[in-house]
Write a protein that binds this ligand. Sequence first.
Ligand code: GLY
Ligand code: MN
Ligand code: MN
Length: 541
Amino acid sequence: MYQATKHVLSVCEHLCALLPESERTKPQVLLLAGGVVEYRNDTDRELALRQESNFHYLTGCDIASSYVCIAYQPGTSLDQHPSVELFIPEQSLADMMWSVPPPSIAAAQETHDVTSVENLNALLAAIEKHVKAFPTALFHVLPRSSPLFPTLSEEYLAPILAHEGGAVTDFYLLPALHRARLIKDEHEISLIRKACDISSRAHETVMRVLGAAVKGGIVPAAGAGVDRPLLPSEWLIQKEAEAEAIFVASTRREGAVHQAYLPIVAASTRASTLHYCCNGGNDKEFAWGPIGAHDHQNNNSLSSGRQLKPQVLLIDAGCEWTCYASDITRTMPVGNGGKFTPEAKAIYELVLEMQKACMDILKPGLHWDAAHLLSHRVLVRGFQRLGIFKSPNSPNSGSWASEEAILASGQSTAFYPHGLGHSLGMDVHDVPSASKPAVNPSINNNAVELGHSSFYQYLRLRVKLEPGMVVTVEPGIYFSPHLLASIRESALIDHEVLKRYESVGGVRIEDVVHITADGMENLTKVKSDVEWIEGVCSGAL
Ligand code: GLY
Ligand code: MN
Ligand code: MN
């Protein structure tokens, strides 16, 4: 069973630590609304509910339109055992006829780690009971003006506000939840591991379908796709949408209900668009004919006599498992018999080297800024080796600069503009207020070497690592015309060499890792070494 009461205790402890001293010993009451089913316009059909993350964290409850009321007070019987009262909607005849009704009270009691379960019509009386029993209580709610959280009906706040001195605050609860959620317990790790396992198999499935086609192993029978639809075993991947479909189908057939975010499926130079998924993303054919740099309009029609151009296919996709996310990126070769071109291979190996260097140093106490800076350092070193940044060995070395000087210039940001990774949990960019605090002594007191300020614009994790954190490690190298515009005149770069690599588009490799007591555990099963990726994508493995 989902260990909700442990989470409640952790949140209450964090909450009290955030309160002014004078408020800490008072009773604290937490009131949260769960997610509500939404309907697609004029279809009379509900959209799939994805429970609000904080509500799920405190209750493990995925029943729509539920509420929870939690009471806690340090130094009393509620100290180690806060009361957690869950309120779920009654089963209605209409529900039973049209849809899957909420469980009975008895069934919900069996499956939820809470103090009690009642029907929603008992909630108002329960709030009035808390107001009477704890006249000095502080009532905590999630931010009320934010569209990110379910609306807490005014009806339920009225009895609190009607009480003399009744206080409702939305200042402390969300930061307390984020701090608690930053550190995952074993059960949460097992749910993230399961999401990663399913997503790993989905990534591998896409690669194996590509490889089978290279070997001529996917040959639709006569009439398939004309007289009858193609069967899944006849599906080829020749378009971004086809790769996305196979990824999503693979996760769904293993029971995943939601993707943790819209998949990003970008072929060829479109891989340089970081979040290429919406508004025309994931929707182009692979490159068969001439294709321009950063071409989002590639519309060449397929014809049997033409060869796929050598190109990369970047897939950044991960499903959820019972509200816990995965977030995995693999970049694979398409065309060229399922092998990378020499340029794509060089960039791929460098991104892998950036990832490995960072993973090697991950352990509790390490500041994430230091790992991020290291990833830029490895990029700069690798680009000097390839001759993109001039080095003393470059044929055109007139104005070469040292690794330190290139790092200080910030020019690596033009190739790697995003952060090394982020906290991951119930949400993909999990617990932002705890992972990148607005007031952050860990960076303001010069505790870590920072490097150029441009490295940090999109870094979403800026604290020291602790055991139980789950983070992504996702370096990338991109050749985006928009970003390269800033370095076109740079004297540090050999522009002739750079030109040779631009058609690679982009490479990102992203794994999910769990910070352990003395290092890290990679939760991502799908492999990423060149030999394996090329072996599978060429159909040899
Ligand atoms: N999938 C979005 C990211 O990697 O952060
Ligand atoms: Mn990510
Ligand atoms: Mn990702």
